[in-house]
Design a protein around this ligand. Structure first.
Ligand code: ADP
Length: 401
């Protein structure tokens, strides 16, 4: 069974074709700068004799982009499928499922209406996710599609964790609450962690740290998300590449007044110019930041300290909520590869049963803990998780003859 996984953003599409018989990637790639004359396609087939393709050309819209993805997969020379019908199903990453979608679903007209209703919560993402679904309906007619929501895993957050302490009417009438994101990744690495320790997830207390350009941390109790650091939007919580994470909300009003900034500019300031970018005055890539820190640049050392301090604070808080901890997981770009950050975060955590082997940490090994609480570095694989959900749903469909 071949599943095409699509992550459709405003100006980019990431894709992977996964053979679910053995969960192997058949081909993957991405298109960037959709809408521009210098849009770029990067395609990587994982098959002997097939070559990578990089192409720069005009790509007007998502229609053209998805058509290019399909034609590249079908390409006589470097393609990996003969016919569109070699794609058995399509799995779409959808950012926001609101309170409507608590698990992955087969795409129907009703589901599309639901995704549309959730645009109010993710106006920058859901419209493009929906567009991807509609374009596939046109270009790959008859091939079933599945929606996998970033928010779904967090639907188990209890009211005490998801309701903001603002007048309750905003929750009841406007659905303003904490939703959480990165759910597919948190759920995937929590499952992998349980598999690794060979214990049922139902009996484990796990904290998962997804540290990428966007970062969030989740407390997983018995396989269920019970707390997570992103909230109504992905701005809440940890310090991120360009996002501030938690701040005193009064700062928004203060900044708007002090600098005479209109609210959209305050929004941009907190989402695009803050976090590591703001603290280092111009850098958000952790490789650059760590290089500077290692060369002794105080501003960069301080920025990394602030990042790690916030995360450490959350780990302590989540251990308190879980009433203990069996496994601490690091994942995504920084979580998987920044031994520098893990070293700071994990030091002085003996009270949680955490100690670690510095050499294993340095080598980014899978299992770096030496104390009773496991510390695991688990590569996330959101595409595979989406394909797994899609496969499960497709297999449950009635067979038509
Ligand atoms: P995204 O959220 O866009 O999927 P990733 O999970 O790929 O992001 O993570 C991107 C982050 O990971 C960047 O800040 C990048 O600098 C960081 N990163 C990648 N490789 C390393 C490395 N070897 N050491 C430290 N940080 C790294």
């Amino acid at each position: 069974m071949n599943i095409l996984v699509l992550n459709c953003g405003s100006s980019s599409i990431k894709f992977q074709l996964i053979n679910m018989d053995d969960e192997s990637v058949v081909a993957k790639g991405q298109i960037e700068r959709i809408g521009a004359t210098d849009a770029i396609l990067k395609y990587k087939p994982v098959m002997d004799g097939k070559k990578n393709i990089t192409e720069i050309r005009t790509i007007q819209d998502h229609n053209e982009a998805i058509s290019l993805v399909i034609n590249t997969l079908l390409d006589k020379k470097n393609g990996v499928i003969q016919d569109k019908s070699d794609i058995d199903g399509i799995g779409h990453r959808i950012v926001h499922g609101g309170e409507e979608f608590i698990e992955s679903v087969l795409i129907t007209e009703e589901v599309k209406e639901g995704v549309k209703r959730c645009i109010q919560f993710a106006p920058l993402h859901n419209p493009h996710n929906l567009k991807g679904i509609e374009v596939c309906e046109e270009q790959l007619p008859g091939i079933p599609q599945v929606g996998v929501f970033d928010t779904a895993f967090h639907h188990t957050l209890p009211p005490k964790a998801h309701i903001y302490a603002i007048p309750l009417e905003f929750y009841h009438y406007d659905r303003i609450r904490r939703y959480g994101f990165h759910g597919t990744s948190h759920a995937y690495v929590a499952r992998m962690a349980a598999k690794y320790v060979n214990r049922p997830i139902e009996e484990l207390k796990i904290i998962t740290c997804h540290l990428g350009n966007g970062s969030s941390i989740t407390a997983v109790d018995g396989g269920k998300s019970v707390e997570t650091s992103m909230g109504f939007t992905p701005l809440e919580g940890l310090v991120m590449g360009t996002r501030s994470g938690d701040i005193d909300p009064a700062l928004i009003i203060h900044l708007a007044r002090l600098k005479n900034l209109p609210l959209p500019q305050v929004d941009a300031l907190l989402n695009k110019k803050s976090g590591m970018y703001g603290l280092t005055e111009g850098k958000s890539d952790f490789r650059d930041i760590e290089d500077e820190a290692m060369a002794g640049n105080e501003k960069f050392i301080q920025a990394l300290d602030i990042f790690c301090h916030r995360l450490k604070k959350y780990i302590g808080a989540y251990a308190a909520i879980l009433d203990g901890l069996d496994i601490l997981v690091f994942t995504a770009g920084i979580g998987e590869r920044s031994s520098y950050c893990r070293n700071i975060i994990l030091s002085g955590m003996g009270y949680l049963g955490i100690s670690f082997d510095p050499e294993k940490n340095e080598r980014n090994e899978y299992d770096i803990g030496t104390g009773p609480t496991k510390v695991l570095v688990i590569p996330t694989n959101e595409e595979l998780a989406i394909a797994q959900d899609a496969k499960k749903i497709l297999e449950s469909l009635p067979v038509t003859i």
